[in-house]
Structure formats: structure tokens, C-alpha cells
Write a new protein. Structure first.
Ligand SMILES: Nc1ncnc2c1ncn2[C@@H]1O[C@H](COP(=O)(O)OP(=O)(O)OP(=O)(O)O)[C@@H](O)[C@H]1O
Length: 282
């Protein structure tokens, strides 16, 4: 498996505030890696370091085969796409003109504009002025801009925060397609559902430290409470342990015709985050 990002002993301080405390993780080619944490936990600081916008206080960071040791180091930037809060568009220009400007900046042929607009489902809006777009559409243009130069690695800092569910679904679909075509994705979010549906690996960051890192499936298994909720006609909700005694009880509920519904109580990533850190994601 090819390692795309390798972070070891990463520390970052701002004056006497330590934002990152000995962070360690690797990201492999093809991952959609979710970096989950509440506000102020250190997500954006990590993205800024990985994209050479700021330097770490100590520790080592490797992106592709390049050890990052100076800010604004642009050597690997052509292989990277970034979508953050600061990714603004020219409001008075059309979608097409916005993208054309960035084609010139990145030295990308303008025929690529049609491809990215198709990818984000905005081909029919190419002549629309950006200020007339909805928030979700603007975010899709920003995403189109971030992938104009076909980056191998895409950083997304809270890409769907404050978007409605329809727009969230559209952005997720674009990201899945990009990933299928080979783009590795580093995604920060405090939305656990987003991480559950998109990510093959997630790290929990809390107060500048990573407190868990695994696949969502392994985390759910590890923190499962092994119970089943049964809804009974005469008793309402009943919690049953997943053991022999529980199996006997469920069998009785079924054969006596009392069982209305049954579901296993798998913890969500949000539940697990609370269990591990004692804090909430939001
Ligand atoms: N330039 C800075 N100067 C001083 N403190 C900073 C600076 N940048 C970040 N911090 C502090 O570092 C900590 C981590 O901030 P960071 O922006 O990385 O959090 P975050 O997880 O991205 O939060 P959010 O989800 O709200 O964006 C916070 O306590 C923040 O106040």
C-alpha cells in the first residue's frame, strides 16, 4: 500500500497555546480519511500544516515523497487540491469565467472546465454569475475549482458545513466519484454521519490529540455494547443482551407473536467519540 501522508510526533503551538500535541497518522493512496473533532480541536491547523500554509513547531510531516520543512513550499502543490473556508470565488464573474481564471493560474487547458462542471453537475449553469448561485451551488463551484488540475490528493476542510441535505448528498456523490477515479481525500468534519457514509478510515481528534484511529466498522465493533432492542406489543421497548439467554427471550417473543420490531444497538461514530473523549463532536 502506498503511503501518501506520513505524520509523526507533530506539535504546533501558537504562543503559549498548544494546538497539536504529538499527532501521528498515515494516509494511504485511495483513502477517504476522516479527521473528526469538535470546534477548536486542531483540524484546520493540521490541514494548514499538511498543505504547507504554516510550519509545525516540531515533528515530521511527509506528503507524497516530500518532507515538508518550509512554509509555502510549492513543489508538491500541483498534486494537491484544497477546499477550505477561505476558498472564495469572484462573485461578479460567471462560473465559467471563475474557472477560466484558475485554468490560467494552474496552467490547465480550458477544455477541462467542461469536465469539472459535468463532475459537479453544474454544466447547465456555466454562464450564471456566481453571486446568483445558492450556497450549495457555490460550494460545488469551489470544489470544481479545487479539482481543475486533477489533484491526486484533495484536502477538504468541513466541505458541507451549513449546507442542506440535498446539497450535502450531491457533494458526497462528487467526492465518491473522485475517489473511485483514484483521488485520495483528507476530510475534516464534525459531522459524524458524513464520516460514516464517506470515510474508509477515521481519526478522532480532541484537544489537539488523536484519541482513536481505525475503520468505522472496527470502531463500531470495538465499542459495541452487544445489545438488541425489541419492541413488544404488550411491553414497549425491551433491551436484550446478545447472548444465549437473549436469544431464548427473542425466540419466545417471536413465537408468542408479541414482537413488533427488532434492531441491534450499534454505536454511531458520535456515540463512540463521546465514549472515548467524554466530549461532543459539535
Ligand atoms: N493563528 C492562531 N493563533 C492562535 N491560536 C490559534 C491560531 N490558529 C488556531 N489557534 C488555536 O488552536 C486551536 C485549534 O484550532 P483549529 O482552527 O485547528 O481548530 P478546528 O478543529 O479546525 O476548529 P473549527 O472546527 O472551529 O474550525 C484552537 O484553540 C485555536 O484557537
Amino acid at each position: 500500500m502506498e503511503t501518501i501522508i506520513d505524520v509523526n510526533g507533530l506539535m504546533k503551538s501558537f504562543g503559549n497555546k498548544t494546538a497539536l500535541k504529538n499527532i501521528q497518522f498515515t494516509i494511504n493512496k485511495g483513502d477517504i480519511f476522516g479527521f473528526l473533532g469538535p470546534s477548536g480541536s486542531g483540524k484546520t491547523t493540521t490541514v494548514k500544516i499538511l498543505t504547507s500554509q504554516i510550519l509545525p513547531t516540531s515533528g515530521s510531516v511527509r506528503v507524497f515523497d516530500k518532507v515538508l520543512n518550509s512554509a509555502n513550499d510549492s513543489k508538491h502543490m500541483s498534486r494537491i487540491g484544497i477546499l477550505t473556508d477561505n476558498s472564495t470565488l469572484y462573485e461578479r464573474l460567471t462560473i465559467y469565467d471563475n474557472l477560466e481564471l484558475f485554468c490560467k493560474l494552474y496552467d490547465v487547458p480550458t477544455r477541462r472546465i467542461d469536465e469539472v462542471l459535468e463532475a459537479v453537475n453544474l454544466s447547465s449553469e456555466r454562464k450564471t454569475v456566481v453571486k446568483n448561485l445558492s450556497k450549495g451551488m457555490k460550494q460545488r463551484v469551489t470544489l470544481a475549482r479545487a479539482i481543475l488540475h486533477k489533484p491526486e490528493l484533495l484536502f477538504l476542510d468541513e466541505p458541507t458545513s451549513a449546507l442542506d441535505p440535498v446539497n450535502v448528498r450531491q457533494i458526497h456523490e462528487v467526492l465518491r466519484n473522485l475517489n473511485r477515479e483514484g483521488t485520495t481525500i483528507f476530510l475534516t468534519t464534525h459531522d459524524m454521519e458524513e464520516a460514516e457514509t464517506l470515510c474508509n478510515r477515521v481519526a478522532f481528534i480532541h484537544d489537539g490529540k488523536i484519541s482513536a484511529l481505525d475503520t468505522p466498522e472496527n470502531l463500531r465493533l470495538q465499542y459495541a455494547n452487544n445489545t438488541i432492542t425489541c419492541l413488544l406489543k404488550d411491553q414497549g421497548k425491551v433491551i436484550v443482551q446478545q447472548d444465549e439467554e437473549g436469544a431464548r427471550r427473542i425466540h419466545d417473543y417471536m413465537t408468542s407473536g408479541r414482537l413488533l420490531s427488532i434492531h441491534s444497538n450499534e454505536p454511531t461514530l458520535g456515540d463512540i467519540f463521546v465514549q472515548i473523549t467524554g466530549g461532543k463532536l459539535q
